[in-house]
Design a protein around this ligand. Structure first.
Ligand code: ADP
Ligand code: MG
Length: 701
């Protein structure tokens, strides 16, 4: 039976086809249920009407009653806007519109009483309103009975043009609740409601939209967050179980000659405890008979390559082949060099396969791979080409995860009937709660410890006017034998301007550091591949002192002799990018420096980012801060996943609830994997509903 909640939104009283169309296009609302679960992001007390001279800060919302005069179009064609004066009997305040100018001109009339609502901003030392909500006072139905607590819904310009600003949406919601309130069904079993002290679904839904009193808002929010996270976790756990069932994996029973020999005789340093722990985790995956899908997170320089290498030795000890796939040739080269060092003294060959491998070499490698003679192959995505046929690929290591799509990874899997174990390495730490969610299907290992003896990179923020001091500092460092990176932002929207900045910066550097005493090179994405490789190589080999570049050097590059990282316009970079860039230095024994250059004027967020960078070098801490500042939508690779489009939960603020529901779901599925217990049947039904198709319970045990 179809639930009334599945009714297309166009049939709601007051909607119709046009509004239905914008609702769907702008905020994805297709049916009654979508609207019902479109929650206010804030509540305001609209029972109170303030006076203009009450306005004393820019962090609160104010509702005012008064008239509007002096409508004035300002500016030229490109930057047109309208200003006006809003006044009551205590004073006046400016209103400014940058958009919807036509509407403003048509709608705003003199000598009419308006109710305006919004958050004032500060401009030239006085307050004004930018795009406040405006209603003609006489047209408000029953203003005396105005809801005292009104939910504020996010809306868009387009929706507003259709009368669907926050208040418009609220009106629809009222209508919707009249129609569906009696049809709202419970989603969680009684025992959970009781244990976690949750209010019922219908009460939560009605009060989230129209709170009866302030104290119920939090209860309603808590209940609905619980729903959202609970069902997310159930889904993730079930998916994981299903994919584990599906994928049989090779069993690497033993640790043998190669591993032991290396461990006992050739290990160049003591492993950190974190490295040991992760190797253990991987070893136990190898024994389960299921395909390993493990994400290895570790800050830059934490020694992931060694972990990968030792895991590869186990695979080889069990007669299998291994590979490492890196996103760029430079990186593949670096892995090739490190692995070559590691295998010294072991009877193992390593080959490198990239786009620029010569034909004859390529053929030789193809043969070695097909016959099974070659045990370690390192390369770029050239590895997944159809011509590469492994004899028995047992373990594939993928470096720098976010550069490869899932499809590319799947290509590697298909290289044998039983899929190889997969170890994905990433240096973009993401908070645990997020990892658990985004990578719900992967197991996660974390190296949370750096090898001993690393000097903390000194991070300093300078404003532009200290440039001369920086030049002096650079000369000193070069004298000591260090090399220096200077990185410029290159953001696609303003690419031309950025490229000009970079080239100007390069010219200035050449001027301040003239040959033959100094050599400066430049690197950016517009250069040909060969040119890029050439410049990079000169820097890697220590032939140039300064490398001026864009973020093309961001990922993985290892030049131990480079000990200074100067980031220009640092305020324009995101936190995780700044952290990645900083990780390019501090790889040798010298004290390293990261210098963040910025303009004098900083936005609050920009300033905060620089402060975070100066105050900590812990990648996980930075990731947490990043998440707080930006929200999860912008984190590497999470945007497409869609999994973080929460309706109400907040992955940063609700991490506690996330862990709580996770544990609860694990416990439930442990005891009742098929959810057939009479208390859990409600969960099973809800899942069935959610996916609109049969959940494959047969795969779950
Ligand atoms: P990342 O995790 O960024 O890939 P790498 O694997 O490149 O880090 O390691 C960074 C450097 O630290 C390398 O030169 C590596 O040889 C070294 N290293 C790794 N593990 C240890 C350790 N346990 N003790 C000392 N040095 C280590
Ligand atoms: Mg690395």
């Amino acid at each position: 039976m179809k639930s009334i909640l599945e009714t297309p939104i166009t049939y709601l009283k007051g909607v119709g086809p046009k509004k239905a169309d914008v609702l769907q296009k702008e905020i994805g609302i297709k049916n009654f249920e979508d609207l019902l679960y479109y929650f206010p992001f804030r509540y305001v007390d609209k029972s109170k009407i303030y006076k203009v001279n009450d306005i004393n800060n820019d962090s609160a919302y104010f509702q005012l009653k008064g008239k509007i005069s002096n409508l004035n179009s300002v500016g030229d064609k490109r930057t047109k806007y309208i200003t006006a004066k809003f006044y009551d009997d205590t004073g006046s305040i400016d209103i400014v519109w940058f958009r919807g100018l036509k509407w403003v001109k048509e709608m705003i009339k003199p000598n009419t009483e308006y109710l305006i609502f919004g958050k004032p901003s500060v401009f030239k030392n006085s307050f004004n309103f930018v795009h406040p909500e405006i209603e003609v006072f006489s047209e408000i139905e029953n203003p005396i009975a105005m809801q005292s607590l009104e939910g504020i819904y996010s809306s868009t310009e387009k929706l507003k043009n259709f009368g669907l600003g926050s208040r418009g949406i609220s009106k629809l919601m009222k209508q919707l609740l009249i129609q569906v309130e009696s049809e709202i069904t419970e989603k969680l079993p009684d025992y959970i409601l009781q244990k976690y002290n949750l209010i019922d679904e219908a009460t939560a839904l009605t009060n989230i939209h129209f709170p009866k009193n302030p104290s119920i808002i939090q209860k309603a929010q808590n209940r609905l967050k619980f729903d959202e996270l609970f069902y997310l976790q159930i889904e993730l756990i079930l998916n994981k179980k299903i994919s584990k069932q599906k994928s049989k994996g090779f069993i690497f029973e033993r640790v043998g000659e190669f591993f032991n020999n290396f461990y006992e005789k050739h290990l160049p340093f003591d492993l950190t405890n974190a490295q040991k722990r992760v190797i253990k985790e991987i070893r136990s995956d190898f024994k389960t008979g299921k395909q390993m899908n493990r994400l290895l997170q570790g800050d830059v320089g934490s020694g992931k390559t060694m972990v990968a290498f030792m895991s590869m030795l186990i695979a080889i000890d069990n007669g299998f082949q291994t590979c490492i796939m890196a996103p760029t040739e430079i990186l593949a080269n670096q892995h090739f060099n490190s692995i070559n060092k590691f295998v010294e003294g072991l009877d193992l060959e390593v080959e490198l396969l990239t786009g620029s491998t010569k034909k004859s070499k390529r053929t030789e490698i193809h043969e070695g791979i097909q016959s099974g003679k070659l045990k370690i192959l390192i390369g770029t995505h050239a590895l997944v080409e159809d011509t590469v046929k492994f004899h028995n690929l047992g373990l594939a290591v993928i470096d720098e995860q976010h550069r490869f799509g899932v499809a590319q990874r799947a290509k590697l899997w298909k290289k044998s009937t039983t899929p190889p174990h997969i170890l994905v390495m990433t240096a973009t730490p993401i908070p645990r709660t997020l990892a658990m969610t985004v990578y719900g299907n992967l197991d996660v290992s974390i190296i949370d410890e750096l090898p001993p003896g690393r000097k903390t990179i000194q991070t300093i923020h300078f404003f532009e006017n200290k440039r001369l001091r920086i030049i002096g500092f650079m000369r000193e460092q070069i004298k000591k034998g260090s090399q220096i990176y200077v990185v410029y932002p290159l953001i696609s929207e303003s690419e031309k301007l950025d490229l000009k900045n970079l080239m100007d910066g390069f010219a200035n550097m050449q001027h301040d550091f003239p040959p033959p005493q100094y050599l400066v090179s430049v690197l950016h994405g517009r250069m040909k591949n060969e040119e890029k490789e050439y410049e990079m190589k000169r820097f890697v080999e220590g032939k140039t002192n300064i490398l001026v570049s864009t973020t093309v050097i961001e990922v993985g590059v290892d030049v131990p002799n480079a000990s200074v990282m100067i980031i220009e316009n640092a305020e324009r970079f995101g936190l995780s990018q700044l952290h990645q860039l900083r990780g390019r230095v501090g790889r040798g024994s010298e004290q390293s420096y990261c210098i963040l250059m910025s303009g004098q004027k900083l936005s609050n967020e920009g300033r905060k980012r620089l402060e975070v960078m100066v105050s900590t070098s812990d990648g996980f801490e930075i990731a947490e801060e990043d998440l707080k500042l930006r929200g999860p939508g912008d984190l590497q690779g999470t945007r497409q996943s869609g999994i973080l489009d929460f309706k109400i939960a907040n992955i940063t603020k609700d991490s506690h609830l996330m862990l709580q529901t996770r544990k609860l779901c694990e416990a439930i599925l442990e005891k009742d994997p098929q959810l057939t217990d009479k208390h859990n049947i409600i969960i099973r039904n809800c899942l069935q509903n959610k996916f609109k198709k049969q959940v494959n319970w047969g795969k779950i045990s």
